[in-house]
Ligand binder design. Sequence first.
Ligand SMILES: *Cc1c(COP(=O)(O)O)cnc(C)c1O
Length: 456
Amino acid sequence: MSDLSSLPAVEKLAAALSPEVSLPRPLVNLFVRREIQTFREKLIAEERHSREEMEASIKESLHAFENSRLQPVINATGVLIHTNLGRSPLGPRAAGALQKIATGYSNLEFDLPSGARGKRAGYLETALACLLETEAATAVNNCAAALVLTLRTLVADGKNEVIVSRSELVEIGGGFRIPEILETSGAKLVEVGATNKTHLYDYEKAITAQTALILKVHRSNFYIGGFVGEPEIPEIAELCKKHGFPLVEDLGSGAMMNTEDLAPIDHEPTPQECLRRGIDLVIFSGDKLLGGPQSGIIGGRADLIAEIKKEPFFRAVRCDKLILTTLQESIDQYLEVRADPASSDVPVLTFLGTSTKDLRDRAEKILSGFSSGNVAVSIEDTLARPGGGTMPRAEFPSIALKLVPSNQSVPKLAKKLRVGSPALVGYTTDDALFLDLRTIFPADDACVAKALAQVL
Ligand SMILES: *Cc1c(COP(=O)(O)O)cnc(C)c1O
């Protein structure tokens, strides 16, 4: 096979297409070469294409690749913690701290008063423990890593059984399944109870000399109802204490406030509540309802946290300075606004608490001075969701712009907005595109109006 990159025609085509996209030239060359190779193979298979067809196809794939570059997106889905859209945005305070630490040197592992080597994340760990009202805490790269690390630390040869209720064998998504996480961690899963009911005696009967711990997993992305039941946490905690092994809970979301005070939704259990009820170690994500950076937080008994920090795997999943600084800011802010979490600058909490009247006013403003030719635009009452594997049942009132195009299909209109600049992502039903105001930053309203004016 001849080297396509050396062909002048390939070079010429790449040069011609390069100004159409904002991509480094070597990537344009790579794409043009790849695409031409595909057309070559088609030609050999006797599939004919005109030069125009080829160029159009190459241009399209170049644009698709350009769109795959990590970039800001306006979230008009009404899903607050959208895993595909980066979960929780950081507040201005955390983002400001990130800028400062990222662009300079810091005391990451340096003790300023003594001038000697310092403890990494010492401040954060103390602040976390204080916020969680517990003995100790630490943070790693994400909740999945925190769980694997905790299990690896607490299971040992000859003492590797982890008891989990059959109603909590959760799949979180993105390859996270409790049975597989246990296996990866060297733990042996001992399932107890039934899908709908687990009794205290189920746990009790499963305890052997090999039991390492009991694991509770919060049903953060599904719910069960009807003939259901499970023992209270204090009862399970007492059982664990009696037998001398810990009770660990994978809580998932990590809400730091009463969610029901912010919006008409259920109460999401907080890590503090879990610990008060007798959980020895609680594990949760930093970028779900907490609204911080991607991280996994572990809080609880000091002796267990100390063991976790000594486990060699801890080194492999430790946070870098950028995460540590944004998490530190997020935690400090919760400590400061404790009495009034709604006054924090965490965007998901602000979005959760915004009134529908405010959303409607903004929707009207976006549409003012708007002449809809080929699209019927209206303001609709909708439902927003927390998303991101938190409170699967919760839906609360929201406001959306409903767009019904008459001269193009709904998917086509939706795509135009998605590939615009900035990208605008809504959701579609059979006959309409919805842009939900609840998850749009008010500062982006003007961009939304502009994007609409452009495509309509
Ligand atoms: C979201 C979630 C996880 C995974 O958290 P990551 O931070 O994405 O690793 C684990 N367990 C539960 C119960 C969750 O809800």
